[in-house]
Design a protein around this ligand. Structure first.
Ligand code: NAD
Length: 442
């Protein structure tokens, strides 16, 4: 079996590279970020992802996984090249493909024979064609190559498990030879009967966006229902529970909260709207979901102001959790950013604690006072806002909170608390969509 180069050792590239090595392949992780590669060479993982360090260490030790910044040698040495670089949002919401283009150009320049190029980054429809063109234009000699679209569906926080036991694998290519190579790479997944969807590049590229946009829209849907619940005095927790009992709807992604964030949903939904526009179509449901999400994040600022009695001018707000979701240190598009900036702009001071995301948060929000634990962050606060539902925030000592805070008020942006637990201790409790929270067991 040919060696595999995985270009990009971020969340997807590192988890994917380590996972492919665990499947028995020999993998070289390539990154232009020298500091990242040095960290990996020391046996450390440069970001927080549960269970990843063990898989990386095991495969490095067994000689199946190594790291380099030497792109040219990796492309010379490996017959299969996975592209897992970033595809961030560009200025107008469309995807910025510059990292992918650079990698394609450099693959073309350095390839020395037949190569299978596997696109793992999330990229718009038509990128496989674009890759073929850029690689072809940059070759020094005419070497044959095939392009595969193999989008990744892992979730940060459970990325290792998601990669090792995915719900499905999508393989888009026009080449039977490349399809056969992919079957060999993913052989262990065939053994555990993982559904493998073999299709064209265009369909594979669109499957990723359609899946993410559907999930994001489901979140916006329940958030819209939560806002309606607040107005009519209904309880969204019970509403979502009852909706989810219908197997056609399902319970997942029906949790009202502060809106979706992270490195994927916000940019992928915007990208899908742009992809549709470029194709002369309208993705109006997705566009509406984006709008609902943006206003949901701002709504959390209003809730904090309401909990503070109408103004937070000169007051202090404690944010419990900053990462866009638990079990990650990723701060990209986190709801905490809109909340912290909104509080600052309304004249308030922000104190915060997050178990792992504070180093990343400091770079984005230097105006926040970062604390060593939840109780230190609560000292002197007029309002506590639960922003990221880390387990350690689920069972806080409410009496201790009350003693530490300047006034007893909590905004539960994730609906993790029972309102009465706080209200019994004299707290003002504001959740999301809990108009009249008469049912607490759901
Ligand atoms: P990331 O920003 O964490 O990592 C990208 C890495 O690529 C960085 O380490 C960067 O230094 C490296 N890189 C950029 N240009 C390079 C070059 N020319 N040569 C070598 N290395 C280069 O990104 P990520 O979160 O891993 O996402 C990668 C892709 O996967 C994106 O398209 C994203 O949408 C998609 N995706 C992400 C997730 C997720 O949960 N993070 C899930 C599924 C899909």
């Amino acid at each position: 079996m040919e060696k595999i180069a995985v270009v990009g050792t971020g969340y997807v590239g590192l988890v994917g590279g380590a996972g492919l090595a665990d499947f028995g392949n020999t993998v070289i992780g390539v990154d232009m970020d020298e500091a990242k590669i040095r960290t990996l060479e020391k046996g450390e993982v440069p970001f927080y992802e549960p269970g990843l360090s063990e898989v990386v260490t095991r495969n490095v030790k067994e000689g199946r996984l190594s790291f380099t910044t030497d792109f040219a040698s990796a492309v010379e040495e490996c017959g299969i090249i996975f592209i897992a670089v970033g595809t961030p949002e560009g200025e107008d919401g469309a995807v910025d493909l510059s990292q992918v283009d650079t990698v394609a150009r450099d693959i073309g320049r350095h390839m020395t024979g037949y190569r299978v190029i596997v696109q793992k980054s999330t990229v718009p429809v038509g990128t496989a064609v674009r890759l073929r063109r850029i690689i072809g234009e940059n070759q020094s000699e005419r070497y044959p190559f095939d392009v595969v679209s193999n989008p990744e569906f892992l979730r940060e926080g459970s990325a290792v498990e998601d990669f090792m036991r995915p719900n499905r694998v999508v393989v888009g290519t026009e080449s039977e030879k490349a399809r056969e190579t992919m079957r060999e790479i993913y052989a262990p997944l065939y053994l555990i009967k993982t559904p493998i969807v073999e299709t064209t590049c265009e369909t594979a590229e669109l499957i990723k966006y359609a899946s993410n946009a559907f999930l994001a829209t489901k979140i916006s849907y329940i958030n819209e229902m939560a806002n309606l619940c607040e107005t009519v005095g209904a309880d969204v927790q019970t509403l979502a529970y009852a909706m989810g009992l219908d197997k056609r709807i399902g319970t997942k992604f029906l949790h009202a909260g502060a809106g979706y964030g992270g490195s994927c949903f916000p940019k992928d939904t915007k990208a899908l709207v742009k992809i549709a526009e470029a194709a002369g179509c309208r993705a109006s449901i997705v566009a509406a979901g984006i709008e609902v999400n943006q206003s949901q994040k701002r709504r959390m600022v209003e809730k904090v102001i309401e909990a503070a009695g109408g103004s937070i001018e000169g007051k202090t707000v404690c944010l419990l959790g900053l990462a866009f979701k638990p079990n990650t240190d990723d701060m990209r598009y986190a709801a905490s950013i809109v909340l912290a900036e909104g509080i600052r702009d309304a004249g308030g001071t922000v104190r915060a604690f997050d178990p792992v995301a504070m180093d990343n948060a400091r770079r984005l929000m230097p105006f926040v006072e970062y604390c060593h634990d939840a109780y230190e962050a609560l000292e002197g606060a007029h309002v506590a806002a639960l922003v990221t539902e880390w387990n350690e925030f689920r069972r806080l000592d409410i009496e201790r909170m009350k003693k530490l805070m300047s006034s007893p008020a909590v905004v539960d942006c994730r609906n993790v608390y029972h309102p009465s637990d706080f209200e019994e201790h004299g707290f003002t409790y504001i959740g999301v969509g809990r108009g009249r929270h008469d049912v607490e067991s759901s």
